[in-house]
Design a protein around this ligand. Structure first.
Ligand code: SAH
Length: 258
């Protein structure tokens, strides 16, 4: 019996891969990879049979069952089976379905984390999701609810967090912005949209919730909507940072005087 590794490929740029992931790819006998994974990353699996398992919208449940079955079968034939997923496997990556199938079949597995899209977007923007004095809570949410899934309370949580990163949301951006405003966010709440985070064709757009309801986004690649005060296009004046630096100066001059 082989072992199955659920590996995070990171947000796009192939060099945002962990060393552990790179070593496993080198060792892999077979790799099942998602549509969003960069070809250079898949190419690291020099000795492996490579199987694309990109999901087609609307056929998700059938495909997921097929992937689960394929992983179980592969583990009986190969020593090192890699399931390569975009970003982090555990964030909106359907990892649990695969883990459950592997557990049920009594197959050893391990999860290797990856850089999730929200963190790649934060890095590209040069904006901390937990900027001191401004944001103390972060939520990763998606408004997307699949068929036969229970209703989600994503809106309450997304509206309450200081920094909210919305996955799989760009297609419905105007409706989402309107919903967030109905849930209590002000119209002037800053929004940053990052498309293709970490890749050469990355795009960053700064707007507000009100601006988002009025504009039709034309995005071809995957994108996250980042909502919250930290995402203003112009850096916000940080009162607490100024205060701290004044305190340090006072302290320094006191020390010198003493
Ligand atoms: N497991 C992945 C998320 C998969 S869901 C992760 O951890 O990142 C797919 C959604 O992820 C897309 O709809 C988009 O919202 C987001 N996404 C994935 N890659 C992205 C990228 N390079 N830039 C911006 N958003 C991305």
């Amino acid at each position: 019996m082989g072992k199955v590794y659920l590996v995070g490929a990171g947000p796009g740029a192939p060099d945002l891969l962990t060393l552990r992931a790179a070593r496993l790819l080198e060792k892999a006998d077979i790799v099942f990879y998602d549509a969003l994974v960069h070809t250079d990353t898949v190419a690291l699996a020099v000795n492996a049979k490579k199987v694309a398992v990109g999901k087609r919208v609307g056929k998700i449940s059938t495909d997921q069952r097929f992937i689960n079955r394929s992983l179980v079968e592969a583990a009986s034939k190969y020593e090192t089976v890699v399931r390569l997923k975009g970003g982090d496997p555990m964030i909106f990556g359907r990892a649990q379905e695969e883990i459950d199938a592997l557990k049920e079949a009594d197959i050893a597995f391990e999860v290797v984390p990856g850089v999730t899209a929200a963190l790649a977007a934060s890095a590209s923007l040069g904006i901390s999701l937990t900027r001191r004095g401004v944001a103390r809570t972060v939520s990763f949410a998606t408004p997307r609810i699949g068929p036969n899934e229970i209703e989600s309370d994503w809106l309450t949580t997304a509206a309450a967090a200081d920094s909210t990163i919305l996955y799989m949301a760009a297609g419905q951006a105007p409706q989402i912005a309107a919903a967030l405003m109905r849930a209590g966010k002000t119209a002037s709440t800053p929004v940053a949209i990052v498309e293709n985070a970490s890749l050469e064709n990355e795009q960053r757009i700064f707007t507000t919730l009100a601006g988002l309801t009025a504009s039709a986004l034309k995005l071809a690649g995957p994108a996250v909507l980042c909502v919250g005060d930290v995402f203003a296009a112009e850096p916000i004046a940080d009162a607490s940072v100024e205060h701290q630096s004044r305190m340090r100066q006072t302290y320094a001059s006191r020390c010198l005087a003493g």
